[in-house]
Ligand binder design. Structure first.
Ligand SMILES: Nc1ncnc2c1ncn2[C@@H]1O[C@H](COP(=O)(O)OP(=O)(O)OP(=O)(O)O)[C@@H](O)[C@H]1O
Length: 431
């Protein structure tokens, strides 16, 4: 590489091209990192950290913590890149297309999926077959968050990974006719799998699946309800696309000027307030049903603030999943294997948990009231700077107002649930 080229080329690319760097695991990792970032036109981010000898395992974290990515756009691209890496690039709902020409990077007109890059590195899509073992191992240590010693290579290579439950190219259909083979077999052959609607399993794809994430995080936005509309509350979540959303956080400056801070988050899928429960099922649980027949365990759970729609979203899923399970069980290919189906259902949300969480909310509100009382006592002292106290009091009071509103809503839901569970109307027996 000539001196001129080296200067004008981004440092990350120079690290990759340097022949002396290919031999060690660490430098191999730098090169992989550089190529990975280059695939999204972010190669300039690798140079400051990689050249200072930062442990390449920490690089993605450091980049996300703001040591590298400066602009919102860079952070967004980096997030998408990391997500694509997680999913081997194939599940990305849309390519992570750069909006500007980065220095030495890929031009807009070429795009990440230009033939030049498709064969090597797509946006976060690593061609594992084109890498040597050293590169692959450093990549694995990056992706899996732990260091792989070359002496452990055999162990690592023999460690079995379960196939992903979320292979995006899979479009399982439960409605098609299944021409089942009659032979009894524990594990369906590739032919029977294809006949049952599974994608044909080839060895190349298996290798790719091995590096695919096993967890899929899907966010569903609940519509603003009537009470929130009546209270003229703002809708603070905007779904940007099917994989990212923006939270608009209302804030107050010290001088009490209101402003809104935007926070962008990326997920594997984001469903807006218009999606139906069936669509939620199609994105979340449906793809994992056939995997259960390959003796893989699958779990689906909801996480979220109270009133955010966990019950509304989760309640129909077991029924839909059971329907599909039954349909698959009746296909000749599985009927011959004599699978058995057990179902159990319980809600981990008893009376005590309800009361405990309600008590916590009351305690939080009381804490704010105590803060307010303390401030009031201070402001009452002679010579106190009234301006400061007024500002602080406003903060405390606005927090209290918000708390009281949420407490009120919580109380209504609490009563509703108690009624639902027939706790309020239950007649007390003689003591
Ligand atoms: N996607 C939605 N579309 C329409 N209504 C919804 C949606 N999600 C939730 N809701 C409504 O919002 C309210 C709160 O939802 P839900 O009870 O599911 O919340 P939750 O997260 O389970 O709350 P908690 O943690 O208190 O049990 C319910 O009245 C529900 O019908």
């Amino acid at each position: 590489m000539g001196g001129h080229t080296q200067q004008s080329k981004p440092a990350a690319t120079a690290v990759y091209d340097h022949p002396g760097n290919a031999g060690t695991t660490g430098d191999g990792g730098d090169a992989v990192m550089a190529r990975w970032l280059q695939s999204a036109g972010l190669q300039h981010l690798a140079s400051p950290l990689a050249s200072t000898g930062v442990n390449q395992r920490l690089l993605p974290n450091l980049l996300m913590q703001g040591y590298g990515a400066q602009s919102m756009e860079e952070k967004q691209r980096l997030l998408k890149l990391m997500r694509n890496l997680n999913f081997n690039g194939e599940s990305a709902s849309e390519p992570c297309t750069p909006t500007t020409q980065s220095p030495g990077g890929i031009g807009v007109s070429e795009g990440y999926y230009s033939p030049v890059f498709r064969g090597d590195f797509g946006a976060g899509l690593l061609d594992l077959h084109s890498m040597d073992d050293t590169e692959l191992l450093s990549l694995l240590s990056l992706a899996r968050g732990f260091e792989l010693e070359t002496s452990n290579m055999e162990h690592v290579n023999s460690e079995p990974f379960e196939p992903s439950h979320f292979m995006p190219a899979v479009n399982y259909s439960f409605d098609g006719d299944f021409d089942a083979p009659t032979s009894q077999q524990q594990k369906p052959s590739p032919d029977t799998e294809a006949a049952a609607g599974f994608p044909p399993v080839d060895k190349k794809n298996n290798a790719r699946e091995n590096n695919v994430a096993k967890i899929k995080v899907v966010v569903r936005k609940r519509p603003v309800n009537k009470k929130e509309i009546a209270r003229k509350e703002d809708d603070i979540v905007t779904v940007s696309d099917n994989a990212s959303l923006i939270v608009h956080e209302p804030k107050l400056k010290v001088d009490l000027t209101a402003y809104v801070e935007k926070h962008e988050f990326c997920f594997d899928a984001v469903l807006d307030e218009h999606v139906t429960n069936d669509e939620v099922y199609g994105v979340t649980v449906q793809p994992i049903i056939p995997i259960i027949f390959q003796r893989t365990k699958a779990t689906c759970f909801a996480y979220g603030q109270t009133g955010s729609g966990k019950t509304y979203t989760m309640q129909p899923l077991p029924l839909r999943a059971s329907e599909d399970l039954m349909r698959l069980l009746h296909q000749p290919v599985y009927r011959s294997q004599k699978f058995k189906l057990w179902l159990s259902f319980f809600e981990i949300y008893g009376e005590e948990a309800l009361i405990a969480s309600h008590r916590k909310e009351i305690e939080d509100t009381m804490e704010i009231v105590r803060e307010e009382m303390k401030l009031l006592a201070e402001v009452d002292q002679p010579g106190s700077l009234i301006d400061n106290y007024v500002t602080q009091l406003s903060f405390v009071l606005s927090r209290k107002a918000a708390s009281l509103v949420s407490l009120q809503a919580r109380l209504a839901r609490f009563q509703h649930r108690l009624k639902e569970q027939e706790i309020l109307s239950r007649k007390r027996g003689p003591r």
